[in-house]
Design a protein around this ligand. Structure first.
Ligand SMILES: Cc1cc2nc3c(=O)[nH]c(=O)nc-3n(C[C@H](O)[C@H](O)[C@H](O)COP(=O)(O)OP(=O)(O)OC[C@H]3O[C@@H](n4cnc5c(N)ncnc54)[C@H](O)[C@@H]3O)c2cc1C
Length: 268
């Protein structure tokens, strides 16, 4: 049995015969229970059936959380955004899914429900490989939730494809940067990419650890780029080579650090 939300990922794969489920479980009618964006007590919760258009139109995704607005704006085209769901994006567990690095950079967790109850799993543990998740066959993803970034924090997203519309990501990279009160020392840096090793979206943990506790300077950024290069193991395919993807990821790291730094200083 395979769950179908809006089918924008699943149906093309079925047409290409990459997957041939004998039974489809359509959850699209659970709009009242699974389609919402809520903010309270510093937490933001998105129901699995929330669409990309819902994200784009929500007033919640601005300032420190504008990363979700950015990612939604660069996502597909209006026709796709109107139906594609955040739950379907995360459950696809593919390197072309832009929201996975975004939610990973935000430290998001997913709520999985089944007839037996519910459990919450960090997104980094939920994605276990290329198109593989930690979800059991009896479960569905009900919610993605995250803490709003705190004071002196900012988030940013960069994406490169081979065209300007309907972009399938060659590289997508997300950053959540937090600084200490001196607005120079890194309190934490969560960097997530659509591919870190092979074709699996993940956090670039070594690079985040390297930056933590260091004062941000051009020299630190150049060193962080070297650390990132050492932890990326990117493969080539017909869209682009691994070395080109690595080069872009390093440029994006610098760009995102500069962007977030500027925003934090400008808003403090
Ligand atoms: C023209 C086009 C452009 C696109 N552009 C982009 C883009 O720019 N960026 C991007 O990231 N993606 C893009 N996509 C891919 C796709 O739209 C997204 O992955 C979308 O978010 C999938 O959501 P869906 O509701 O259609 O999921 P579905 O296709 O219904 O499901 C996808 C997978 O998730 C599982 N699933 C879905 N919901 C749940 C749930 N709640 N619980 C458990 N399992 C579930 C399904 O079993 C399936 O394996 C594009 C697709 C098309 C056709």
């Amino acid at each position: 049995m395979v769950v179908i939300a809006s089918g924008t990922d699943l149906l093309p794969r079925m047409r290409k015969k990459q997957i041939a489920p004998s039974v489809l479980l359509d959850i699209s009618s659970f709009q009242d229970d699974l389609r919402y964006i809520r903010q309270s007590d510093g937490m933001v919760r998105l129901g699995a059936l929330t669409t990309l258009t819902d994200v784009l139109e929500s007033p919640i995704f601005k300032d420190r959380l504008s990363i979700l607005h950015e990612a939604a704006w660069l996502f597909g085209a209006p026709q796709v955004r109107n139906v594609a769901t955040v739950g379907g994006n995360v459950c696809s567990a593919a390197s072309s899914e832009d929201l996975i690095p975004v939610f990973m950079a935000l430290g998001a967790k997913v709520k999985l429900i089944s007839a037996k109850g519910e459990r919450t799993v960090p997104l980094t543990d939920f994605i276990v490989g290329k198109r593989a998740t930690a979800m059991k066959s009896s479960e569905i993803l009900a919610e993605i939730h995250l803490e709003s970034p705190k004071e002196h924090s900012w988030t940013g997203f960069e994406k490169l494809g081979r065209r300007n519309m309907l972009i399938l990501s060659l590289v997508s990279e997300a950053l959540c940067l937090s600084l200490e009160n001196d607005l120079l020392t890194v309190r934490s840096a969560r960097i997530a990419l659509n591919r870190v090793a092979g074709r699996v979206p993940a956090l670039a943990e070594k690079t985040g650890d390297f930056l933590t506790g260091r004062k941000l300077s051009e020299e630190t950024i150049a060193q962080a780029q070297k650390v990132l290069a050492s932890e990326l193991a990117l493969t080539s395919d017909f869209r682009g080579s691994g070395s080109y993807r690595t080069e872009v990821a390093l440029v994006y790291l610098k760009k995102l650090l500069h962007r977030c730094l500027g925003k934090i200083r400008g808003s403090s």
